[in-house]
Design a protein around this ligand. Structure first.
Ligand SMILES: Cc1cc2nc3c(=O)[nH]c(=O)nc-3n(C[C@H](O)[C@H](O)[C@H](O)COP(=O)(O)OP(=O)(O)OC[C@H]3O[C@@H](n4cnc5c(N)ncnc54)[C@H](O)[C@@H]3O)c2cc1C
Length: 322
């Protein structure tokens, strides 16, 4: 058992209990969303004591050094005095909606212009704070395109996605923070082969990452597999084919897991088609984005196919718990 000090009060934290669960159990309301160490909504700072290293995974080294950690995965091994991040660490900013376009039925492109510039890498994500909740969305735009582009699928009964699709209008402002995450292109190994697998709007970060790599002169092969059950949800097909025509090292495979598979599409789930085609992944870098189950399963399989864990970058689209 450890003690958590927060806002001049002390709380007993059970063995194996996270800081977030401990504070929630005592009626302390901490912003949170995915509760699995992905969205970073529950970012906190240890002002006394050292948080366990695994609660700092995915945070920028500068934040780790200052004692920042994710409360939802932080099981303290010593007493901690904790605080919510101050505004200068993770500022929320206003962003104006500059464009809303349908990419396919139920999937839209949202372009935002933040009031003050946000420096990001394509493939990272931002959080949108509206309607009393917050949700994460991956960045599909390149850093110099002058806007932040998101691809948002409308989820049945989804609070945020329905509001973004049906209520939010061009010209209106929303509150965002970010960028977060470490799923982005690094030009440290320009000759390395890369495997990109995404389902649904998991294409958003991959669209950013692939174009970023090509713009930075990546010479290794880049294989992108995008999957859906039916063609209704496969979007940017023509744009990706055009990208493959323009770059001899970029390969695009649209995959359909349903029974109707027209010519030009591969039959099967994107991760299965990809791993069948690329059986040996040692020395490869792998990007996995979209449905959490697909990401978790493929992470293991990519590792067994030879990719090192450090070379597997993932953005599981975990569902929020509130
Ligand atoms: C790091 C990260 C990046 C993300 N990037 C994107 C992105 O680029 N584009 C995007 O569209 N989404 C993305 N998401 C998912 C997004 O944050 C929301 O979870 C999603 O938009 C649903 O939110 P909602 O408020 O509309 O639905 P909620 O009100 O949270 O959920 C309504 C119901 O739908 C279920 N549900 C939620 N999402 C799904 C789903 N995908 N499939 C099936 N059932 C679901 C919930 O369990 C719940 O029962 C990302 C998530 C994370 C963690």
């Amino acid at each position: 058992m450890t003690t958590i000090k927060f806002s001049d009060k002390q709380y007993a934290c059970d063995t194996d209990e996270t800081v977030l669960d401990c504070l929630s159990r005592h009626g302390v309301d901490i912003p949170s969303s995915c509760r699995s160490g992905v969205c970073q909504t529950c970012l906190m700072r240890a002002t006394e004591g050292t948080p366990p290293q695994d609660s700092q995974q995915g945070l920028r080294p500068t934040l780790q050094q200052q004692g920042y950690f994710l409360a939802c995965v932080c099981k303290p091994t010593q007493d901690l005095q904790v605080a919510l991040p101050d505004d200068s660490a993770m500022p929320k900013v206003c962003a104006v909606v500059s464009e809303k376009t349908d990419l396919k039925e139920g999937i839209m492109r949202l372009r935002l212009k933040p009031e003050s510039p946000i420096k990001y890498q394509p493939g990272q994500f931002i959080n949108i704070h509206e309607q009393g909740i917050s949700r994460s969305y991956s960045i599909a735009s390149l850093a110099d395109e002058g806007y932040i582009e998101l691809h948002i699928e409308q989820v049945a009964d989804g609070k945020m996605s329905t509001w973004l699709h049906n209520e939010l209008a061009v010209g209106e402002q929303i509150i965002i923070d970010g960028p977060h995450g470490n799923c982005f292109y690094l030009n440290d190994k320009p000759q390395q082969n890369m495997l990109l697998i995404g389902t649904g709007t998991g294409l958003a970060p991959l669209w950013g990452i692939a174009r970023d790599a090509l713009a930075q002169g990546h010479t290794g092969e880049i294989h992108l597999y995008h999957g859906s059950r039916t063609t209704d949800k496969l979007y940017l097909v023509d744009e990706l084919k055009a990208l493959a025509d323009a770059h001899s090292n970029f390969f695009y495979t649209p995959c359909l897991s349903g029974s109707d598979v027209p010519e030009g599409f591969s039959a099967g789930r994107a991760n299965e088609v990809a791993l069948k085609a690329q059986e040996k992944l040692s020395q490869w870098r792998v990007f996995l984005c979209g449905h959490p189950t697909m990401v978790a399963e493929t992470k293991k399989k990519a590792f067994l196919a030879g990719a090192s864990f450090q070379e597997i970058l993932a953005d599981p689209f975990e569902f929020a718990s509130q």
